[in-house]
Write a protein that binds this ligand. Structure first.
Ligand SMILES: [Mn+2]
Length: 484
């Protein structure tokens, strides 16, 4: 017999606008989300409670009538509603590769080249690209996805690669940045939505669209382009962005704590250190690229942009100086406006953490669904579950005083309290999210000693899983633990 579980209802609420065209499908997805959020790192068959449920989950991902866009829309609407409560929300875009090389039977995956170094031959892997736009408050709480695209890359021929300059942006893979910018604009109301991207989004069309649809962006500069050119063909006395910004007066300094960095293909190792950074800001005209195909048919305008240049004037010996050039079309006229942009850009890291939750935490690359369409559905669903857990982790840091009933059910915090505190009586007041998250993490092995910092997402859901086992027991033996 299947035991009836008391769900805390987050999935029911999150998917309230879901319309897959069939009530039973809606209900099935809600159930799947609940199951996955209880043991997100397990394969489908272990996440689901019994064989019938497992079969139903597989059937759901196989069902061709399920349109992932409907799932995204439901989550997007809720995300937009959450965003409405804030004056400013950051829409952080980034792409990540999901590798399914070890699954030769999976159909429809794109080949991606993962070049290992100059002298190494190209190595290809099979996989999918996820481009996501994560809404985050300016104090760092993730609100959900405002946009998501998951697709298999089409390999370009050598001929196509040569044609890059003359390909209109709509035909390039970089179009996904524009698409997400448009889609996140659609949901904004009175809230100011600022799109934040890394160097990949530093291209003229992106800034141009941002101006056109009045949806501001903050992007790290990638190209040391000539700026303030008086005409498209000016050659003489052109000034490059970095030189131009170096000449601006110093606006102030900030001290930041740099986390340690592991060695990667592109960066050397770095020990954690505290760095004093100089901030400069300035405005310039961003000129359209000379070889843009659209010059043929349209007049491309210069764009008024603002740059915030942040650099470490005196790095420790042997260390690379920290340096960021940030570009925005929001006006930056003083130190505090410049500093704010730096803080916003620092929150871009949230999307990297989010992808990490999906990959190293939820192990979504281990999923063995037989073709790309099914994997895309699965990744879409897991993305919502991952956001939920990620948010719980972070909200406990940003707003620890919120009552915990915003996140978990009454019976859950009660069981948790009794277990972790080995107590016989319950407190009269609902505990805060901050307290509850520490308790959940302690179930997951977190020691909560001085200096342990805040628990990570992975420890947290290990605790979450144990809590689910415990509340199952609680459901069976209700009416315990109340005293006068
Ligand atoms: Mn990126």
């Amino acid at each position: 017999m299947t035991k009836q579980k008391q769900s805390n209802g987050w999935a029911t609420e999150e998917l309230e606008h879901l319309d897959l065209g069939d009530k039973r499908l809606n209900e099935r997805l809600t159930k799947i989300c609940d199951s996955f959020s209880e043991c997100p790192e397990s394969p489908i068959n272990q996440s689901c409670e019994d064989w019938a449920e497992t079969k139903a989950a597989y059937r759901f991902f196989k069902n061709e009538n399920v349109d992932v866009r409907d799932i995204r829309t439901a989550h997007r609407l809720k995300t937009a509603a959450r965003a409405k409560k804030y004056k400013t929300v950051l829409a952080i875009q980034d792409s990540s590769y999901f590798i399914y090389t070890g699954h030769p039977k999976t159909e429809g995956l794109g080949r991606m080249s993962l070049k290992k170094g100059k002298n190494v031959e190209k190595i290809f892997s099979n996989g999918l690209i996820m481009h996501a736009c994560l809404a985050v408050t300016t104090d760092g709480t993730p609100l959900g996805l405002l946009d998501q695209q998951i697709f298999a890359r089409e390999l370009r021929t050598a001929e196509q690669r040569k044609l890059v300059d003359v390909t209109p942006v709509e035909k390039k893979e970089s179009y996904r940045w524009l698409q997400s910018l448009k889609n996140s604009k659609e949901v904004s109301s009175d809230t100011q939505v600022v799109t934040v991207c890394d160097r990949e989004a530093d291209f003229y069309e992106f800034f141009k669209l941002s101006d056109e649809i009045k949806s501001p962006v903050l992007v790290r500069a990638n190209v040391n382009r000539a700026v303030n050119k008086s005409s498209r063909y000016t050659e003489k006395s052109v000034v490059k962005l970095w030189d131009y910004m170096a000449k601006q007066p110093k606006a102030g300094t900030i001290t930041v704590e740099l986390p340690s960095k592991r060695k990667t293909q592109h960066c050397k190792e770095r020990a954690a250190r505290s760095a004093i950074l100089t901030i400069k800001h300035g405005s310039f005209l961003l000129n359209p690229p000379r070889n843009n195909i659209k010059h043929r048919s349209a007049e491309l305008s210069d764009l008024l942009m603002h740059a915030v240049y942040v650099f470490e004037a005196k790095p420790p010996e042997g260390e690379d100086p920290v340096e960021w050039m940030l570009l925005t079309n929001l006006s930056v006229t003083n130190f505090s406006e410049a500093h704010e942009k730096v803080l916003w850009y620092c929150l871009r890291w949230r999307i990297e953490m989010y992808f990490k939750v999906l990959k190293s935490g939820f192990l979504v690359e281990n999923c063995r669904l037989g073709n790309a369409d099914r994997l895309i559905k699965y990744l879409t669903v897991m993305s919502i579950v991952a956001w939920r857990l990620f948010m719980v982790t972070l909200i406990s840091r940003a707003n620890p005083d919120t009552p915990c009933t915003e996140l978990i059910a009454e019976h859950e915090w009660k069981v948790l309290f009794m277990k972790v505190n080995k107590a016989k009586c319950l407190p009269k007041k609902t505990p805060s999210i901050g307290a509850v998250v520490i308790w959940i993490a302690r179930l997951g092995g977190f020691l909560a000693r001085k200096g342990d910092g805040m628990p990570g997402t992975i420890t947290l859901w290990r605790g979450w899983k144990r809590l689910t086992d415990l509340t199952d027991g609680w459901n069976l033996a209700l009416n315990g633990g109340t005293c006068g």
